[in-house]
Ligand binder design. Structure first.
Ligand SMILES: [Zn+2]
Ligand SMILES: [Zn+2]
Length: 98
């Protein structure tokens, strides 16, 4: 059974009580990953970070859900890019917007 690299290290450490808050949805490790999920989706991460993120997504259903939620954004971006490549009017708008 394959195991993510980060997993075994954490398991022994964090069994303390923490005020009865549910931690399944967003553990501390994910705080670190979450901002990069969007960058991963649009392909803006470096190769190394991308590989690390892929690992995390494999072992973390919460972040994977976030990733899947953002997939339409990538499709939209692709379509936008394609359109911008062929439409001068929108390209000018886009530059003005930047
Ligand atoms: Zn996560
Ligand atoms: Zn257009």
């Amino acid at each position: 059974m394959p195991q993510g690299p980060a997993r075994s290290a954490r398991e022994g450490a964090g069994a303390g009580k923490s005020g009865g808050r549910k931690q399944e949805k967003m553990n501390r490790e994910c705080d670190r990953w979450r901002p990069d999920v969007a960058l991963y989706v649009i392909g803006a991460l470096e190769a190394e970070e991308r590989a690390a993120m892929r690992w995390h997504l494999l072992s973390c259903p919460a972040c994977r859900a976030e990733y899947e939620e953002l997939l339409p954004v990538r499709d939209w971006l692709d379509q936008t890019r394609q359109h911008l490549a062929s439409c001068r009017a929108c390209r000018d708008d886009y530059r003005a917007f930047l």
